[in-house]
Design a protein around this ligand. Sequence first.
Ligand code: TUI
Length: 315
Amino acid sequence: MIKSRICEILGIKYPIFQGGMAWVADAELAAAVSNAGGLGLISAINAGTEAVRNEIRKCKTLTDKPFGVNIMLQAPNAPEIAGMIVEEGVKIVTTGAGSPAKYLPMWKENGIKVIPVIACVAHAVKMQAAGVDAIVAEGAESGGHVGELHTMPLIPQIVDAVDIPVIAAGGICDGRGAAAAFMLGAEGVQVGTRFLSATECNVHAEYKEKLLKATDISTIVTGKSLGHPVRSLKTPFSRNFAKMENDPNVTPEEILAFGGGALRKAVQEGDVDGSYMAGECAGMVKNIEPAAAIIEDIILGAEKVMKERIASMCQ
Ligand code: TUI
């Protein structure tokens, strides 16, 4: 059985987190993952703070297992969400795209486990010093907002720099990826893109269809010129976005206006002008299946590949 410190800290069976995907990660998906022994996460990027509160309340009716909330710190309502999760008795929070330092005293006083997502060593060291419980180290293979380093060099450098558990994210989709992350020193993995295909994931059917059709070269990073690099599926919309970025006659304001609300449009409407965020492993997602089957495949696959590789290669 695969276990690590993070299972003890959070009270979960398997060291697998579901990515807190903006607009995607709702109560139904989070509860399905938590019920299957992983850590389900609800995204706080949704239709406002009260909508997130409702998802938290709904999740409690769907599971008695631990689950968490992911807060994108650049969101305008992040301070409001930070207080609301305390009111709702949430026990685990992950944060993205910034430092959660100013909320730490309030969250720690309320017994909340805090796990920031970071993308470089300096931030990992800073977060450990601030007193967080673990970190998610996210490589640029992931979908959505990405850093610069990729998972393979990122994880060992972070593991060497901190003592708290490191959860690897970015490009991990099956047991092989999870086993590789464990070999690099990670004590858990966070999986986003594969859970987009879960039966319990409520994205528009068009999103799932695009994902299932994806190949190895189906994603593109746009938004670098705006300081917000985002990985998504190649579509006429994302290619146009990339073209506009490279056109000196188009202003950043025009690009922002073009891309505004694009993720929500993809998730809820399957719109052609949507941003279908997905990681580089999109090409490895081939079926729609329940979250529990995904978790079992990753855990059993990791165990199998670790044993087989040791038996065949370590003489
Ligand atoms: O946050 C993410 N991924 C996301 S957020 C998102 S929502 C969105 N919607 C529309 C357009 C753009 C984004 C979609 N995907 N990942 C976590 C992550 N955090 N990756 C990198 C970081 C990060 C970056 C800077 C963490 C900390 C940091 O700075 C720390 C500091 O000290 O300020």
